[in-house]
Design a protein around this ligand. Structure first.
Ligand code: ADP
Ligand code: NI
Length: 212
């Protein structure tokens, strides 16, 4: 199969799998991330084919989307075999999608240029106006409040507070969104994060001013 066809087939497969997904991992998120990842890959000189497939598949091992990460990995591996990717391509793509998630920001930094690009594109979609909207949609889907005045000024929640369901949309800004700018890997990613980060800060200031 030609590379272009491998990508087109994968697009349709992912679109079908994410149909009706309500936690912010919908097809539109994947599409935005893939588009931005391709642009950044070209500017940074990363392998556009690997970046595109990894971006398309990056959320399919998330346990919010599939039963388990293991199950998701199996499905994605089978798919990559079915469309005729090489072992090398497959391993690279699988490594990217298993290592790139935020998970508190404490995991090992990703190493290949392709992984760095896809991670940056995913992080860009978590900040700016879109990131704010996704955060409120996600909080709503969990039944979390938009703001919890007792907790929001703190840097992060303890595991216990999480379990007690005391997280909030505004709290998530402190837990994750405001940290992403400094975690960007590529120069182009850093550049693109600046405006979006500024928008987060402006939004937060306005929100907290109105609240008080
Ligand atoms: P991704 O890896 O695609 O960024 P995540 O699973 O981390 O996906 O989250 C999906 C979206 O929901 C992101 O925009 C993220 O910032 C937001 N989100 C994740 N956890 C929370 C939370 N506890 N409260 C509010 N928003 C959240
Ligand atoms: Ni994502």
């Amino acid at each position: 199969m030609e590379p272009l066809q491998q990508i087109e087939r994968t697009e349709l497969w992912v679109k079908d799998k994410l149909d009706g997904e309500g936690t912010g991992h919908d097809w539109h998120h994947i599409h935005r991330v893939t588009t931005q990842a391709k642009e950044i890959a070209e500017i940074e000189g990363a392998d556009v084919f690997i970046v595109t497939l990894a971006a398309l598949l990056h959320d399919l091992i998330d346990d919010k989307v599939v039963v388990s990460e293991e199950e998701g990995l199996k499905e994605v591996t089978n798919w990559l075999e079915e469309i005729g990717t090489t072992v090398e391509q497959r391993n690279h793509i699988l490594t990217i999608i298993t290592t790139m998630s935020f998970k508190g920001g404490n995991n090992e930094p990703v190493t290949t240029p392709e992984a760095q690009v896809v991670q940056d594109a995913d992080r860009l979609d978590a900040i700016g106006a879109i990131g704010i909207a996704r955060t409120f949609v996600y909080a709503g889907s969990k039944g979390d409040p938009m703001y919890n005045p007792e907790l929001a000024v703190r840097e992060s929640l303890t595991l216990e507070e999480y379990r007690n369901g005391q997280s909030s949309a505004i709290g998530h800004f402190y837990e994750k969104l405001l940290k992403l700018k400094d975690l960007m890997n590529t120069n182009e990613g850093k550049k693109r994060a600046e405006t979006r980060h500024k928008f987060l800060e402006d939004f937060l200031n306005q929100f907290l001013t109105e609240w008080s």
